[in-house]
Design a protein around this ligand. Sequence first.
Ligand code: PEP
Ligand code: MG
Length: 317
Amino acid sequence: ERGRLSRLRHTPAVTLDGQKVELLANIEMPEDAPGAVLAGAVGVGLFRSEFLFMGRKGDLPGEEEQYQAYKKAVEGMQGLPVTIRTIDVGADKQLDDSISDAAHLNPALGLRAIRWSLADPAMFLTQLRAILRAAAHGQVNLLIPMLAHASEIRQTLSLVDFARAELDNRGLPYGPVKLGAMIEIPAAALTLKIFLKYFDFLSIGTNDLIQYTLAIDRADESVAHLYDPLHPAVLRLVAETIAECDAQGKGVSVCGEMAGDITLTRLLLGMGLRSFSMHPAQILAVKQEVLRADAARLAPWAQRVIEAEDPASMLAK
Ligand code: PEP
Ligand code: MG
């Protein structure tokens, strides 16, 4: 099976009815980039930058160190686009205790991701400058996690502008970036118009979207059986986000675990999804599903799955 799959590495991901599909990689360190290219990824859809910050004692990486790391990822992708997500710490991704206090009552609902960044603008600006500088070396997209409020969006965008102004003042080169937001809080999916107004592209984070839609802690084993990607509420939020982006001609991808699950590839294609970002090891198997799929015929079926009381029973067939 592995050998057969590896022959698909250079085969473009196109459905039977000619729909082009983009298969991207999720990476955690710059060193993962060459492996992503080898796995057949046509870019990085999610570089989880927090991994540069985790497992460190007492200090965070400064601008220069971050710039070198992002540049390495960009160069490792050999001209393919790299979507760098700003730091998403808190909840399931904790920093060392000496840097941030993990003892919050409910970390998943607490100072996490963009909330943490906006609470420490100097830290956030350092990261933004490093990413903008890396964008001088290749195609970089800047992705913001965990946004829910229009005020957070406006604050974030003005800090991006401020970071550019700081680089101008210092005479340092930087490149253009497309700006994207993660849709991973139900409130964001339900107010998508605001996100469509401000951002160039959107990326659906199903791991958190499931957690926050179903009120199931994604890290709590005792409720893992209720963590259901196929809950009709989750499917509706994902499908409506894809459809609204399509209608506006905005790029949208799924970068949560659902994107790499081959039992869900046909359903996501049927919803209209044409961009999937996943662990590199899953790319060839998902590509095989894409090559066998007829997207036009999947669309009405996907609609019935979304509306079903028990969507899982419809996938089994
Ligand atoms: C997600 O929430 O689906 C996602 C891709 O981000 P993370 O898993 O890093 O929270
Ligand atoms: Mg997330």
